[in-house]
Design a protein around this ligand. Structure first.
Ligand SMILES: [Zn+2]
Length: 559
């Protein structure tokens, strides 16, 4: 039924028309509600080549125009995920998935299932575990699970599992042994090896301590990386994601370019590389600046980590954690080094994206951006803070003043609200936790994304979270939403996920709205996001995803 709805070619003949239309469209969507931009709706959109041509349909329909009757459905610009890890997320789709696991036996059985498929010498890797979902009685030193669970699940293969946030790792005894970690191993700078009462490692590795293990895990073969990326591209197409701003590795960039040459790339990529002085120099030598490339693959964004995460109590806070007064978290880069990195990138015309979750980390990054601008005089650098999760009230107005973008993930708020106030208390949460409304009120630019694979790539989960600030597992709770003054309208949320994300990558002239001349990246939704009851947002799905005028997902064609 959907097939006939969407791709039924209209038999509208041009024979009766007095001549060919002035400019014939390749694709016309009409009879619906087109979200052109915030505050601007239309009933139709006409596409020629890879661009939006107009909003009046009739005059542009010719003999070879494909006409889709929307039957009242909503069309939005394609979703632009401003922060994700597409390659790693794709790989994790091929790994042990521990998301939602609520007991140690469940984790054990998922790991054991994957050993059955492993070849001799293979590592078992996975991600998505979350100790806040386990019973306190299941946890060992420091409130963390221990290596014994993994040893039982996989006595032969080394096991390494990253926490849902990617900031804490959980290794089996075999993995610790291969990495040479024992009671005598010192904590590396910016990291911690969790130990039992006798000083022996428990298997838990925080922040930079993870490198001790990951450097001995063999890298995925290019073929596996490619399979992971294809899995992620498929997921993006079916969830309405047409652009991503993502971590990339040089190997992944090669794959994206190869897929593009094969016409199999269905998402536009702005890739970030690690922010180090060596990378800044290398990009400078190759003439790469912010947003360099073409409409499909661009680079020039550099990412650093100022701290860890709230879930792991490694986010760098101005004051101690409310549920552990002994710590303020982990500062991953000293302020002087942060200043030097941001300055070097700023001077080279590059854009930086710094991960900062705690209020102290956010302040350090804002300081670095302010000092760089003062030193170079460069304006409009659009440097970004990734997550900007907990802000001191004094720092909120600085985003607009410095032109710094807050790149935020609404699903983090609705995942973390279960325990966020345990970590930081109510007063700090109220003051500036996941405070997109406060940032917007202070004229800051806020772009939305997911942090996939930390959170699902599906944008409706973020739209729902931004609009309700309620649980995705138990919709409707807490009543009215968590810190409800920060809720957005659906129109605002879509706009942050499209137009503002485009701005965050210097592409607001090319995409983010459906104005004529922009890239024809759009989504037809099965239900009207603008009017649907909040608890039904999570069920909304694309029926058609178009990138550059080409259908990359068509629900009708798949049935
Ligand atoms: Zn991330």
């Amino acid at each position: 039924m959907r097939a006939s709805l969407l791709w039924a070619l209209s038999a509208l003949a041009c024979a009766s028309a007095p001549g060919r239309p002035p400019a014939e469209a390749d694709l016309v969507l009409r009879g619906g509600k087109v979200f052109v931009a915030a505050g601007e709706l239309s009933t139709a959109v006409a596409i020629r080549g890879d661009r939006v041509a107009a909003h009046e349909a009739g005059r542009m329909i010719g003999p070879s125009t494909r006409v889709v009757d929307l039957r009242g459905r909503l069309v939005t610009p394609g979703m632009n995920d401003a922060h994700c890890h597409l390659g790693a997320g794709g790989l994790s789709m091929l790994e042990v998935d521990l998301r939602g696991a609520a007991s140690l036996p469940e984790i054990e059985s998922r790991v054991r299932a994957s050993t059955a498929k492993a070849a001799a010498g293979d590592w078992i890797t996975g991600r998505g575990w979350d100790q806040t979902r386990l019973r306190p009685s299941e946890l060992g030193p420091g409130g963390w699970p221990t290596k014994e669970t993994l040893d039982r699940a996989s006595p032969q293969h080394p096991v390494y599992l990253r926490r849902v946030d990617g900031h804490t790792g959980w290794a089996s005894s075999r993995a610790l042994q291969l990495a040479g970690i024992d009671a005598r191993t010192a904590d590396p700078p910016g990291g911690e090896i969790v130990r039992d009462a006798r000083g022996a490692p428990t298997g838990i590795l925080k922040e930079n301590a993870q490198d001790l293990v990951t450097r001995v895990v063999p890298p995925p073969w290019p073929d596996k990386l490619r399979r992971g990326i294809l899995a992620a591209l498929d997921l993006a197409a079916r969830t309405g994601v047409t652009s991503v701003q993502s971590e990339v590795t040089p190997a992944e960039l090669d794959i994206y370019r190869a897929l593009r040459a094969e016409r199999r790339l269905t998402v536009r990529i702005y890739g970030w590389l690690p922010l180090t002085l060596e990378v800044v120099r290398a990009l400078e030598q190759r003439g790469v600046r912010a947003a360099s490339g073409d409409p499909w693959v661009r680079t020039g964004l550099l990412k650093a980590y100022a701290d860890g995460t709230l879930g792991s109590r490694t986010a760098w806070m101005l004051e101690p954690y409310s549920d552990d007064r002994s710590t303020r978290g982990i500062q991953r880069i000293l302020p002087a080094e942060m200043d030097a990195l941001v300055l070097a990138a700023d001077r080279a015309g590059l854009q930086v994206a710094v991960h900062a979750i705690g209020d102290a980390a956010n302040r350090v990054v804002l300081d670095a951006i302010e000092r760089a601008a003062a030193a170079t005089g460069r304006r409009g650098a659009r440097h970004r803070i990734e997550h900007a999760q907990v802000l001191d009230a004094a720092d909120i107005p600085r985003f607009a003043r410095l032109g710094a973008i807050a790149s935020m993930q609404p699903t983090h708020a609705t995942s973390d609200m279960r325990w966020a106030e345990d970590r930081i208390g109510h007063a700090r949460a109220e003051e500036g936790a996941y405070a997109w409304r406060r940032l917007l009120d202070a004229s800051a630019r806020v772009a939305f994304g997911t942090d996939f694979a930390v959170e699902p790539l599906d944008p409706v989960e973020g739209l729902y979270s931004a609009v309700t600030r309620q649980s995705r597992e138990k919709p409707g709770t807490p009543p009215g939403g968590w810190l409800p003054s920060q809720r957005l309208s659906m129109e605002e949320a879509i706009s942050l996920y499209t137009a503002s994300s485009a701005y965050a990558e210097f592409q607001e002239d090319a995409k983010g709205t459906l104005e004529p001349g922009k890239l024809a990246d759009l989504v037809v939704w099965e239900r009207d996001l603008l009017t649907v009851a909040p608890e039904q947002i999570l069920q909304a799905k694309p029926v058609l995803t178009v990138v550059g005028g080409r259908a990359v997902f068509d629900a009708g064609a798949q049935r």
